[in-house]
Ligand binder design. Structure first.
Ligand SMILES: [Zn+2]
Length: 409
C-alpha cells in the first residue's frame, strides 16, 4: 500500500460513506448530470486503443449486442465516442511462418468493410485531422486504425507504406515480443531472446519512414531503451497509445516520470490505459499473490476447449473477480491523469483504453458507454471543460497535425 498513516486512519473513518457513494468520493464540488453531459457532448472523445477488430474479424457485427466484451455500436453512441483507433493487433504467434502481414490485412479489411462500409451512417474512415473533424461534423464516429506490433510489417518498409495507404495512422513498434529491430518491455528480462539494446539501424529507418509518410510512432509496449531511441530519431512528436505512469503502478509497460516528461517536451502524449493491472498497484499485488491459484483454475476451465487469446483473457478476468480481487476504480484512472498533469502538464494527456484487450477494466468504466462517468470524475476533481477537451482529443489532434506537417519533408 502507498497510503500515509493518517490517510489510512481517515479511510477507516470514512469507509461507510465510501461504500455509500463510491462514484462520488472524488467530489471536491457538486456536479450535476446536466453539466456532465453538456461537457461530455461538447468534447470530441477519441480513444486510441480498442481491440474490437479481434472479434469483428471472427464475423461478429459491431452493431450486434454481443459484438465484443467492451464495445458495441450502441455503447459507442451512448458513451459519446467521436473517434476510435481500431487496434490492428498482430499476436506474436503470427511471426511463425511469416503470417504477420496477412493477419494485419485481415484486421484492416475488417475495419474498412465490416465497420465502415457496412455502417456508413455511423462510421467514417478517417486518415487525417481534417477527416476526423468532418466525421464529427456529420455526427459520425471517425474510424481510425493503429497497428500493434511492428513485426506486422515483416521487416519491409514497403509493407509499412502499404499499411499507411490502407488507412493505418500509428504503429506500436513492438507488442509484448521483441522483433527483428526493436526490443519490447514484455521480454526484456528473458535471456533466451535476442535483444538489440533498443532500436537497430533498420528500426531507426522504420521510425524515419513513419515520419516521412505521416504515421504516428507509438511507444506503448516497447522497452525503455527503445523508447529513448525512438524519441531521439523521430522528427515528429510521438505517442504512447495505451500506457500508464510507473510511479503509480509499477508495471514495466508503464512509463517512468523521466520518460513521460521527455515525451511531453517533444510535444507528445501519453494516452491513459484502463487495464486494472496497469492502473492499480493494489490490484497488481493481489493478482500476483494469487497467480498460481488463478493459473490452475484457468487451466481447468480451458481444458479441452480451443479458446483464442483474448477469450482466454476474459475468462482469466472472471476467475480473478471470483477470487474476490476488486477491479481498479475511476479514481485510479484520475490518479494517473493527475500524476501526468503534475509532472508533465495538461497538454501531455489522452485516453487509450485498451478495451477488449484486457481481462479487467475499472469499476464504473466497464465498457465504452461509461465514458461520461470519467467526465464526471474529472469535473469533480476540478478539471475545466478546456482541460477535458484536451484530454479527450485536443492533445492527440495536436500531435496528429504535427505528424502530418512533418510528412513529406
Ligand atoms: Zn497493448
Amino acid at each position: 500500500m502507498r497510503c500515509a498513516p493518517f490517510l489510512v486512519a481517515a479511510t477507516l473513518v470514512l469507509a461507510p460513506m465510501l461504500l455509500f457513494a463510491q462514484t462520488r468520493v472524488l467530489s471536491d464540488r457538486p456536479v450535476t448530470d446536466e453539466e456532465v453531459m453538456r461537457v461530455h457532448r461538447s468534447a470530441l472523445l477519441i480513444d486510441t486503443h480498442n481491440d474490437v477488430p479481434y472479434y469483428l474479424v471472427q464475423g461478429r457485427d459491431i452493431a450486434s449486442p454481443d459484438a465484443s466484451p467492451h464495445t458495441t455500436l450502441a455503447q459507442l453512441k451512448a458513451g459519446g465516442v467521436g473517434g476510435l483507433f481500431f487496434s490492428i493487433w498482430v499476436a506474436k504467434d503470427y511471426v511463425q511462418g511469416n503470417h504477420s502481414a496477412n493477419r494485419a490485412l485481415q484486421l484492416i479489411q475488417s475495419v474498412r468493410h465490416d465497420v465502415v462500409e457496412k455502417h456508413p451512417d455511423d462510421f467514417m474512415l478517417a486518415g487525417s485531422v481534417k477527416d476526423i473533424e468532418e466525421a464529427h461534423r456529420q455526427g459520425k464516429i471517425a474510424a481510425l486504425m493503429g497497428i500493434e506490433g511492428g513485426h506486422a510489417i515483416e521487416d519491409s518498409l514497403r509493407i509499412l507504406d502499404d499499411f499507411y495507404e490502407l488507412g493505418v495512422r500509428y504503429m506500436t513498434l513492438t507488442h509484448t515480443n521483441t522483433n527483428d529491430w526493436a526490443d519490447s518491455s514484455g521480454d526484456i528480462t528473458r535471456t533466451d531472446v535476442k535483444h538489440h539494446n533498443g532500436l537497430t539501424g533498420f528500426g531507426q529507418d522504420v521510425v524515419r519512414e513513419m515520419n516521412r509518410i505521416g504515421m504516428m510512432v507509438d511507444i506503448s509496449h516497447v522497452s525503455d531503451k527503445t523508447f529513448w531511441d525512438a524519441l531521439a530519431v523521430s522528427r515528429a512528436p510521438i505517442i504512447a497509445s495505451h500506457s500508464g505512469a510507473r510511479a503509480i503502478a509499477n508495471a514495466p509497460r508503464n512509463m517512468t516520470d523521466e520518460m513521460i516528461q521527455a515525451l511531453a517536451k517533444k510535444g507528445g502524449v501519453i494516452q491513459i490505459n484502463f487495464n486494472c493491472g496497469f492502473l492499480s498497484q493494489r490490484y497488481r499485488e493481489q493478482v500476483a499473490a494469487k497467480s498460481a491459484e488463478t493459473a490452475a483454475r484457468l487451466k481447468q476451465a480451458t481444458a479441452g476447449k480451443k479458446l483464442g487469446e483474448l477469450e482466454t483473457d476474459q475468462l482469466e478476468g472472471k476467475i480473478i473477480a471470483e477470487e474476490g480481487i476488486a477491479p481498479a476504480t475511476i479514481g485510479d484512472v484520475v490518479d494517473h491523469i493527475d500524476h501526468v498533469r503534475r509532472i508533465a502538464g495538461i497538454d501531455a494527456i489522452g485516453i487509450g483504453t485498451d478495451f477488449n484487450g484486457v481481462e479487467c477494466v475499472p469499476q464504473g468504466l466497464e465498457n465504452v458507454s461509461k465514458f461520461p462517468n470519467l467526465t464526471r470524475a474529472l469535473l469533480e476533481k476540478g478539471y475545466t471543460e478546456d482541460d477535458i477537451r484536451k484530454i479527450y482529443s485536443g492533445n492527440l489532434l495536436r500531435v496528429m497535425r504535427a505528424v502530418e506537417q512533418v510528412a513529406g519533408k
